[in-house]
Write a protein of this length. Sequence first.
Length: 133
Amino acid sequence: MHIERLAGTESRLYQLVAPLVMKTSVLRQNNNYPFRTSANHVWFVALEEEKVLGFIPVEVKEKGAVVNNYYVVGDDGFVLASILQEVIKIYGMGYKLQSVTHTRHIPVFQENDFAVIRTWKLYVKMEYRGRSL
């Protein structure tokens, strides 16, 4: 498995993730919330050969970076943690790194030094409290 970092409007990003983000089952896993991107997004895409195993988009803002609307095939905790660690390498220092996290993924984020700062019904807002990897 390797992880590619792609700009939010890069054509390769669309080639890799479009088949997933258009699938009903993937949207359902994301609580029917559509995936979005912009020039302010950087995507971390886990691949095995050319098969997408998961992705985490990060929206880079003036005051920080936000993980939101990520997806991992089969909710694989190892893949999610691996992608998250790449995000931390880039945004763990020098940015206020936050995440809108599915409640089922709280343990993976906590194991990677994120702490819950707000709780909603289906998600929690978390903030990175550790050191850069």
